[in-house]
Design a protein around this ligand. Structure first.
Ligand code: GDP
Ligand code: MG
Length: 438
């Protein structure tokens, strides 16, 4: 072979080797540079996350210490605002989450309800002496009369006309509907009023007013027994009350106010935080417990078995020989079967220790007729013995009292008239109707 050809081949091979080596080296250094850049970015991100975390922690520590100092200063007239609001927001989130994710890990079997070891809270600090029941009722009666609605006035204006036209009667019925009296009751009331007007001819304003008051009182139920079962003679000791209802209706707040009402009657109370979905829910009840000087049995684990908390709470109430046990529950309404399961189990497990005297459904008056559908689900799921109509202070729809009782077949026993510890009153039909017609 020609030497030139050999030299040429060697040169080409040498060039190829050089090119390949250069390519490999280049690729490696590019990878190295990439890895370095990646590491730098990661380190930066880590630093940023750590800084943000530290900032959050310092903020929440500051908020907590502010909240602690506020709660120390809080007097009896204030509601535990932030805890309450937090609980509701979280409950709402919980309700929106898919049912599967929501369910806590399979609960301890009913036969061993103590498995999740709910811890009773330490003995509460002394709280101020609540207002006496008598003076509270007087004050709240005045508040209720003021809080009710424009529908009485509208009715009154229509009914004092000389001659009521067909359109006027329709207006009367519409006004009743707007006040949430319910379709059936509104129709019935208007029909009766028309009949009376036909009989008396031209009605005197005072007469119409008196007639309307009587009819409304009949509808509301003037002689209904509205006492809490735990207050009836011969009641169990401890008497047990379970609070149920949709999230945000006011169960926890009502449990706290109710505890305070019993404390004002020198009764010994224990509360159980069987809303275990989030620790915040138990914190909210505990805040009330501290405020009203009542021990709260709770679990520190999110998603602990609510029935085991109910079991522990009933055991504690029995052991302490308390007068009343109030059990707060969660109001997750993902489906009726789940609700029935959870509430049914709470009830059965409690009854291993103590009979349940009362299941109070808390209904938010501001949701009006919309709340009724959900209320019916609860009534079917656990069977209720009384209704608490909360937030009546913020509602022009007091007429819901009539339809609630009619549809659920149980009396409204208490009304919530604000967020403060003393803003709970026994439902008083006379005062209520006077308020409507004021
Ligand atoms: N205005 C008013 N607010 C109330 C009343 N009862 C409860 N609330 C408020 O309603 C919100 C939800 O109450 P909460 O007890 O947490 O409801 P739960 O989810 O059923 O336990 C809170 O902000 C309470 O302060 C009431 O009678 N009147
Ligand atoms: Mg609650």
């Amino acid at each position: 072979m020609d030497t030139n050809v050999i030299i040429g081949i060697v040169a080409v091979v040498a060039i190829a080797i050089v090119l390949i080596a250069w390519g490999v080296w280049n690729d490696r250094s590019r990878k190295k540079a990439l890895a370095r850049a990646e590491a730098e970015a990661k380190a930066k991100a880590d630093a940023r996350i750590a800084a943000e975390q530290a900032q959050r922690e310092s903020q929440s520590a500051a908020a907590q210490s502010a909240a602690e100092s506020t709660s120390e200063r809080t007097d009896a007239g204030e509601a535990p605002g932030s805890a309450t609001a937090g609980g509701v927001a979280a409950d709402k989130t919980a309700q929106e989450a898919p049912a599967k994710a929501e369910e806590p890990a399979p609960a301890a079997p009913e036969s061993a309800p103590a498995a999740s070891e709910p811890a009773p809270s330490p003995a509460p600090k002394p709280a101020d002496k609540p207002e006496s029941a008598g003076s509270r009722i007087q004050r709240l009666r005045a508040k209720l009369a003021k809080s009710t609605n424009p529908f009485g006035k509208a009715l009154f204006n229509i009914l004092t006309k000389d001659n009521l036209s067909e359109a006027d009667w329709e207006d009367v019925e519409d006004t009743l509907l707007l006040a949430d009296v319910g379709a059936e009751a509104s129709e019935q009331l208007v029909e009766e009023l028309r009949k009376d007007a036909r009989i008396t001819g031209k009605a005197d304003a005072a007469e119409v007013r008196a007639g309307l008051k009587e009819k409304l009182l009949d509808l509301v139920g003037r002689d209904t027994d509205r006492r809490l079962n735990v207050n009836k003679p011969g009641a169990n000791k401890p008497g047990v009350i379970i609070m149920v209802g949709v999230n945000g209706t006011g169960k926890t707040t009502t449990a706290g106010k109710l505890a305070r009402l019993f404390v004002s009657e020198d009764k010994k109370v224990v509360m159980g935080a069987a809303d275990t979905f989030r620790a915040a829910a138990a914190d909210q009840l505990e805040t009330w417990g501290a405020k009203v000087n009542v021990p709260v049995v709770r679990s520190d684990k999110d998603g602990a078995d609510p029935a085991s908390v109910a079991f522990e709470a009933s055991a504690r109430a029995k052991e302490d020989n308390a007068d009343v046990l109030i059990i707060d529950t969660a109001g997750r309404l993902q489906n009726k079967a789940n609700l029935m399961d959870e509430l049914g189990k709470i009830r059965r497990v409690t009854e291993k220790n103590l009979p349940v005297d009362e299941v109070l459904l808390v209904l938010d008056a501001t949701t009006g007729q919309n709340g009724m559908t959900q209320a019916k689900v609860f009534a079917e799921a656990i069977g209720i013995t009384g209704v608490v109509l909360s937030k009546l202070d913020g509602s022009a729809k007091g007429g819901i009292v009539i339809s609630v009782q009619k549809e659920l077949g149980v009396p409204v026993k208490l009304v919530g008239l604000g967020e403060g510890p003393d803003d709970l009153a026994p439902f008083d039909p006379e005062g209520f109707v006077d308020g409507i017609l004021a």
